[in-house]
Design a protein. Structure first.
Length: 190
């Protein structure tokens, strides 16, 4: 099982360009749909936690899934698996190709990869939206955040997405405190 974790995350690390956001839909497809290592709700939770903690999102997701499956050894195997391909590729590029992006066919390939990365990120966002529990507060926060990010992008305002996450957290916690603490774990009543 530890080798399976390593190989699975090495495949994810090898074939996913564009960083953690692009990897989310791939990780979800493999870990939730195919392997059933975690549930969709766990994937949503780990994505939120991985986004709000230090470190790359894909590494944090791999570490969580690995730990859930095989403890510390699983976490190490999954994390090493997702990191190793990128490390080796970057090392080889830096070692042997001084002017890597000046090679015309590589530059053109990266233009296509950028489009694919955008689609992977959009896919992850749409999947999370469609599978999200449709409660009023999360929908309002999501709509406001989406509108704010679109306006920030369109008008090229200098505003960090971290502040949007903090604002959303403050709004959610304020509503949570005003409504009172439910009986269940994680804000879910039993």
């Amino acid at each position: 099982m530890v080798l399976t974790l390593f190989l699975t995350f090495a495949k994810i690390g090898l074939f996913t360009f564009g960083g953690g956001y692009a990897m989310i839909s791939i990780i979800e497809n493999i870990c939730v749909e195919q392997k059933k290592w975690i549930t969709h709700d766990e994937m949503m939770d780990v994505t939120v936690i991985a986004e709000s903690t230090p470190g790359p999102i894909a590494i944090n997701c791999a570490t969580y899934v690995g730990y859930k499956q095989r403890g510390i050894l699983g976490a190490i195997a999954a994390t090493f698996g997702v990191v190793l391909p990128s490390f080796l590729i970057i090392y080889l590029i830096s070692r042997f190709l001084d002017h890597f992006l000046e090679i015309l066919w590589i530059a053109n390939a990266f233009k296509g990869i950028r489009i694919a990365v955008g689609i992977l990120i959009l896919d992850a966002g749409l999947n999370m939206f469609l599978k999200m529990k449709k409660k009023p507060l999360p929908c309002v926060i999501q709509g406001c955040s989406f509108t704010a990010m679109m306006l920030i992008s369109i008008f090229a305002w200098n505003f960090s997405s971290i502040f949007l996450m903090l604002i959303a957290a403050v709004v959610s916690l304020t509503v949570f405190v005003i409504e009172g603490v439910p009986a269940g774990k994680g804000g879910e009543g039993k």
